[in-house]
Design a protein around this ligand. Structure first.
Ligand code: B12
Length: 421
């Protein structure tokens, strides 16, 4: 089966077309991002499959960190995949293992073996059943896209139905899929296009990938290279770099899109893990077609650029913070102003507010692949079952980062609004 996965991988590696290969980032930037990614691996924290996947796609497979990550990922898969992982998490584990030339059918660690493809099939079916019954999946269409990609790259059944649903969603004028979701969906649909033997499905997939990628190109033209926000760019670049045949003869001005990415100093491991594959001319579509035995030939000169922001800063800033619930149970709207050292993250603001008025501004976070996520405020908890979450805004605009990295400025008004997705 892994042979089949590798076969389609090689095929998919060829479909990207010229654009994939002419669009790569400068060696120095790639080395710097790779080094940050490797440094982010904390042996006291759960492993992050997206990090292993990105390291493999970038050809960085030789060091101890890589070996440790792979072993931990197998152990975590054996321990948790069937129990408490979402479908999307299982899919990321599958992609990480495929990119390490491991066969997810036989994931072996701690004296146990688990068939991760089987788990993924089961969890994808749960997503599809819920989607059919209620119009929304159990988790998100982003996860369903990852699921479809994982199953398709492995050549195991279940991806055609999921791809059909995703394609219809992508083509529906009523749907409002984010750039991130459309990008991963495009990768999954392109994979399915190349693997399926059903011509009717191929037509639908062709249309959907064309619409998504042409939509990206239109947006890029209108917004000087930007698609979605700076954190969607990695996935959007991956999608455009590997689907050239779906928007041909239109050409992609990849230099313009890449220059947007060069202008940003990516620090979060997840952000780096999504953008790095694109910078080395690869995408998640190639997860099953890497040569793991040979060295990649890429020997990044791992020299560190210490980018320390300089500037005269005010010692303290004042931030106004409101928490608002008009959605569930007893409604509330509470505000407070706090002083925190300049350069503090939003998390520090929330902590200062909680310290000042613990009865009102208490909150809880959960550690995720993107950092701490606020899951409860004032005793009101987000719940994936009713698709509620705490959304953060600055004035009217939704924040593009979470509380662990967003740095408010003096006088800013941050609102946490209990919302649905
Ligand atoms: C789906 C999604 C959500 C869903 C998650 C619901 C769910 N139960 O699945 C909801 C709508 C809740 C959400 C919320 C937010 N999100 Co969001 N989200 C995504 C998306 C599209 C996919 C994530 C995913 O499913 N990954 C696959 C699964 C298998 O991996 P996972 O590790 O289990 O995923 C979990 C985490 O990603 C976590 N999560 C999702 N978003 C965020 C954001 C932050 C800051 C944190 C810490 C965690 C987190 O929820 C996922 C499910 O449990 C990504 C896009 C991307 N490029 O990755 C954006 C993304 C991660 N989100 C983003 C943002 C900004 C937010 C918000 C801060 C938006 C806001 N203004 O309020 C909030 C979080 C606020 C808070 N309470 O702390 C940014 C993060 C950028 C950054 N540099 O930090 C991304 C990259 C989108 C973007 N391009 O801007 N998000």
């Amino acid at each position: 089966m892994l042979g089949a996965a590798l076969g389609i991988g090689v095929l998919l590696a060829l479909v990207g077309g010229a654009a994939t290969h002419s669009c790569v980032g400068p060696d120095k930037l790639v080395s710097e991002l790779l080094e940050r990614l490797e440094d982010s691996v904390d042996r006291n924290e759960p492993p992050n499959p997206s990090v292993l996947l990105a390291m493999n796609l970038a050809g960085a497979t030789g060091d101890g960190t890589h070996k440790w990550l792979l072993q931990e990922i197998k152990e975590e898969a054996v321990k948790r995949a069937q129990k408490d992982m979402t479908s999307g998490q299982v899919a990321l584990y599958v992609l990480a293992l495929l990119s390490s030339c491991q066969d997810p059918h036989h994931t072996h660690a701690l004296g146990q073996t688990v068939d991760l493809f089987h788990v993924l099939q089961k969890k994808t079916k749960e997503e599809m059943d819920r989607l059919e019954a209620t119009g929304v999946p159990k988790t998100t269409l982003y996860s369903v896209s990852l699921d479809t990609l994982g199953l398709c790259l492995g050549g195991v059944s279940g991806y055609e139905d999921a791809a059909t649903a995703l394609a219809k969603e992508a083509l529906s004028p009523a749907s409002h899929l984010s750039v991130d979701t459309r990008a991963v969906a495009a990768l999954a649909l392109a994979c399915t296009y190349h693997r399926t033997e059903r011509q009717d499905l191929q037509h639908l997939l062709w249309e959907a990938v064309s619409v998504v990628t042409n939509g990206f190109l239109d947006e890029q033209e209108k917004r000087d290279g930007m698609m979605g926000n700076i954190y969607s760019m990695g996935l959007a670049l991956q999608a455009l770099g590997s689907t050239a045949m779906f928007y041909a003869p239109r050409e992609w001005d990849c230099a313009q899109a890449f220059s947007v990415v060069y202008g940003h100093d990516y620090r979060q491991p997840m952000a780096i893990a999504q953008v790095l594959p694109a910078l080395v001319g690869k995408s998640y579509l190639e997860a099953a077609s890497l040569e793991c035995t040979a060295s990649s030939g890429m020997s990044p000169s791992l020299q560190s650029l210490k980018l320390v922001p300089i500037g005269v800063q005010k010692a303290h800033i004042q931030v106004h913070y409101s928490i608002i619930n008009t959605l569930q149970g007893k409604h509330f709207h509470k505000s407070i102003s706090v002083r925190v050292p300049a350069g503090s993250t939003l998390l520090r603001v929330l902590q200062a507010a909680e310290k000042k008025e613990p009865d009102v501004f208490s909150f809880q976070t959960e550690q995720t692949s993107w950092g701490p996520m606020v899951v409860s405020i004032h005793g009101l908890a987000a719940n994936p079952e009713d698709r509620t979450y705490w959304q953060f805004l600055s004035g009217e605009d939704a924040l593009q980062e979470g509380v662990g990295t967003y740095v408010p400025v003096d006088g800013e008004h941050i609102q946490a609004v209990f919302s649905t997705y």
